[in-house]
Design a protein. Structure first.
Length: 396
């Protein structure tokens, strides 16, 4: 059988749109709290400005079915990117706490729509036999953004000021919108049954049939978010300088692991990707809590990159494969909701623990979350048979 083409114009345009969107997001991640503080925001207000973004993104994803039924996936993506562009631009003109909070709420709406429908459309254009590989490539743009954009954002803010930072960040979202417009996938509106639109809050929040990978995504989000958020503080506690190299080395190994991890998923299934990914991430955490020098920290980053590069696309692909094609927007929304819940909730909980036991000892709790991740995975995989869907008949 001839191998189906993965690198189509539609797929490349969606990779570009997703990567540029996340670049814009990560420009602001470390810099917006600094800007808010410069406007006189208190610590609690800065926390609200930062945290409300994720909750508004989760909220808007409850209405993805309504959007698909009303205007289709592509227009939902365009609207999300347009909202994100306008909100990012508005930061340059807002200098009060209330204005920033309102902008962040609407920015979360735009980001929630954009991430959900970019991933959904990508799943639609990727051949079903190469979905694991394709989702792995799809996420590489956001991985690069996470590694490089925060440092670049800080440079823009410190050397040029807030106005150029917000203009540049908005430009990235504008380019993301232009890239998304290149995607010419044909879709049928009104493919979502009316009963799905009026389903329970539980089913809107948690797509039916995705329970196992959804719970695993929450647990992994706790561990993944803790590393991304607290690694610099942990390094400072251990007396390690230049800890930012952790993300650069980690990103290199994400690039290495994602493509072949996706191909293994397509051929052998989730066990052969999630098991080594989970073990690699636990090894990274064990090395991390014992690191007292930069070279040991960077060894940890190698296993972190391999583990994260395997697990994130595998969990998303697993969810997308467990639903019908008309439910992919719901599965995509579930993935990002569960990741946001794990990341945001984990940061709040683990941050409070770190205040008592320190950041190094805090990571022992993170190891516990990953052990629970593997235990739950084994129980579900070996004792509860999982539903398998046939490959799609219609490939775009």
């Amino acid at each position: 059988m001839q191998k189906q083409n993965l690198w189509t114009k539609n797929f490349i345009s969606l990779i570009g749109a997703n990567g540029l969107l996340f670049a814009s997001f990560h420009f602001l991640l470390p810099t917006l709290p600094i800007y808010a503080a410069s406007t006189g925001a208190s610590g609690g207000e800065i926390g609200l400005i930062t945290g409300i973004f994720g909750f508004s993104a989760i909220f808007i994803r409850l209405f993805t079915d309504t959007g698909v039924r009303s205007i289709g996936k592509k227009k939902c993506l365009y609207i999300g990117l347009l909202i994100s562009f306008l909100c990012t631009l508005s930061y340059a003109f807002f200098n009060s706490v209330n204005e920033l909070i309102i902008a962040r709420i609407f920015h979360g709406f735009g980001f929630g729509l954009s991430t959900t429908f970019a991933a959904t459309l990508a799943a639609d254009v990727i051949p079903s036999t190469r979905r694991g590989e394709g989702i792995g490539y799809f996420g590489l743009g956001s991985t690069v953004a996470m590694a490089l954009a925060p440092a670049f954002g800080i440079i823009l803010l410190s050397d040029f000021g807030s106005y150029p930072l917000f203009i540049f960040s908005a430009a990235m979202t504008g380019f993301a919108l232009l890239s998304a417009r290149v995607c010419q996938i044909k879709e049928t509106i009104s493919e979502i049954p009316t009963s799905a639109i009026h389903s329970s809050l539980k089913n809107k929040f948690f797509e039916h049939g995705t329970g196992v990978p959804a719970i695993l995504t929450i647990l992994f989000g706790i561990a993944y978010g803790s590393v991304n958020t607290f690694i610099i503080m942990m390094a400072n506690e251990a007396g390690i300088s230049n800890a930012g190299l952790f993300f650069i080395i980690g990103t290199i190994f994400v690039f290495v692991s994602r493509p072949f991890g996706g191909r293994i998923f397509d051929k052998k299934g989730p066990l052969w990707v999630i098991l080594p990914g989970g073990i690699s991430f636990i090894i990274a955490l064990f090395i991390l809590i014992n690191a007292r020098s930069l070279h040991v920290l960077l060894i940890s980053s190698v296993f972190y990159g391999i583990g994260g590069g395997l697990l994130l696309p595998a969990l998303m692909t697993w969810m997308l494969n467990m639903v019908r094609s008309d439910r992919r927007s719901g599965a995509s929304a579930t993935f990002y909701n569960m990741l946001d819940i794990g990341t945001s909730g984990g940061i709040i909980f683990l941050g409070s623990i770190a205040g008592t036991v320190g950041y190094i000892n805090m990571y022992k709790y993170v190891i516990g979350a990953m052990i629970l991740f593997l235990v739950f995975f084994f129980i579900q995989l070996f004792f509860k048979p999982q539903k398998k869907l046939e490959p799609d008949q219609n490939e775009n």
